[in-house]
Structure formats: structure tokens, C-alpha cells
Design a protein around this ligand. Sequence first.
Ligand code: ZN
Length: 317
Amino acid sequence: MSRRPFASSADLAEKTATLEELAPGVYAYTAQGDPNVGCIVGTDAVLAIEARATPVMAQRWIDVIRSVTDLPFGDLVLTHYHAVRVLGAAAFGARRIVAHRNTAAWIEERGLQDWASEAGRMPRLFEGADTIPGLTRPTDTFDDLMALDLGDRVVELRYLGRGHTAGDIVVWLPDERICFGGDLVEAEAAPYMGDGHIGDWRGATLEAVAALGARQLVGGRGPVVRDEAVAQAIDDTRAFLLAVFDGTRAVRDGGGTPAEAYRTTRAALEPRYGSFPIFEHTMPFNVQRAWDELDGIDHPRIWTVERDREVWDALTG
Ligand SMILES: [Zn+2]
């Protein structure tokens, strides 16, 4: 009997990527629901945001950057630890690799397992996987705020609380009011909650993102959003987290199982979010993490290839 593939492992269609200049020298490169990246051109170096999953995939993005600047890479900023955003780092030859302190800790703790897990779940994003030289480790970390002087502007890296992982940061341009939000906010894409601190995320952390008052926001996936659409993306993300968390709680309190929680929350979210990228892919993992958090497991359990399979089969079977 053949096993049902993970939703994203059967998704092999190439996506079209779009380069947008959000302000002079500030670029977002979005890809129809694949992980977004960005860069900010300074006076003598480029700040890169996210590294993609492999050096081969990163090089394709670097080739696009080379159409706007020849400057070398100064800082490579990683918004969190996930393999699809960090393992291409070697291609940049950046002077520093900057991330939150908790991201560095999670890479040490679970980076290898996450690499195997994500490569199995989303093989299309791992083209040239044999070019990955090993785990990407930050060279510089911070706790709450780090200001990077690019010569003609200061860019702030801010930690706003636990959310999609324990170490998400946003890249904030205060003058232009542009926010690169990593996976804390998704615009027209489904949030991934498998490593989340859901209670914090849907509460104080998203409040803090909203309080920035961004005029343009680049979420982890999906298009760049502007003005009222920024609030909409934050609201959509919050409502999604709430529906999974409260829906799972209701089933759990009623003596149900994670599989029942998956079925009811999936059905509740499907009308609004069903067409969003990675919706089907994330739901079993989202519900399992909600269940764990409700069980009092504060430190998210590590996803391995085996546990991915086990949870997928148990919840979607
Ligand atoms: Zn992520």
C-alpha cells in the first residue's frame, strides 16, 4: 500500500518570483507562497534577509540582487531557525550571520532534525541539497534589539516575544515603516505552528508587531502587503492561530483525540484559508503543537522524519 505523501512533498510546480523595490534600496523577493526573502542596499554592503534552503537556491536570489547592486554582503539576517530559511547561507559569503540568541540555541538543539524534517516535507525547496555544507550557525546574536548602521540608514532587528518559534525577530525600518516579519505574520498564506508558542504568539507578540505601525509588510510567505492590508494580514494570522488553538482545546476538553481536533479545525478554517499556500501541509502539525501546548508542553517537541510521519498518519488517516 502506498503511503499518502505530505501535502507539500507532492507540490512540485515551480513558483514565479517577483522582485519589488519597497523604498530606495529596499527589496522584497516574493514567490507565490514560497518563503520570502529580502535585501537592503547600504553604502558599502548589502544586508540580506533570509538565506533560502540551499546554496543553489540562494544563488538564484543572489543573481537577482546582482541586477541591482555589486556590493558585497555585510550582514545576513535570519528571522528564525527553520531550515528552508537558513541552510543556503554559505552562498552569500556574508561578513556576519545575525539571529536571535534563541535561534542559535535551537539550531544547536534541533537544527539537524529540522533539516531532515523540512527536506522531507518540502523537497521542491531543497534543490541542490548536496551543496549545503552543514548547519548554518549565527556569528552574532542578540536578545531584544540590535541596530545595524548601513551608512545611509539604520535598520533595527527586534525581538517581540515568542511566536512561530522561540527566537523570531523582525527587520524594522523605522523611517520607511517597512517590516520584514518572518513567519510571525503570513499574508494570504497559512501560518505554520508546529514549533510555536501559540498563546504568546496570538497575544502579546502579534500585538507588538501591530504596534510597529508598518506601512508595508513582508510576511514569511505571500505577497507584500500595504496599508490596511497590513492589519488584515496580522488579523488573519491571529484568527488562524485562535481557531486552531481554541478548536483543539474544545475537542480535547470534550475527551476527543488529536485526529478529531484536526478534522474539526480543518473544516472550520477551510472556507477562509483553504486556498492559501501550505494550508493542507501545516494543519496536522499545527493541531499537534496546539494539543501539546494545551498538555502543558512549553518547549515544543522536536520534529523528526519519524515523528512527522507518525503525526501525519495519525491525524490525517
Ligand atoms: Zn518558519
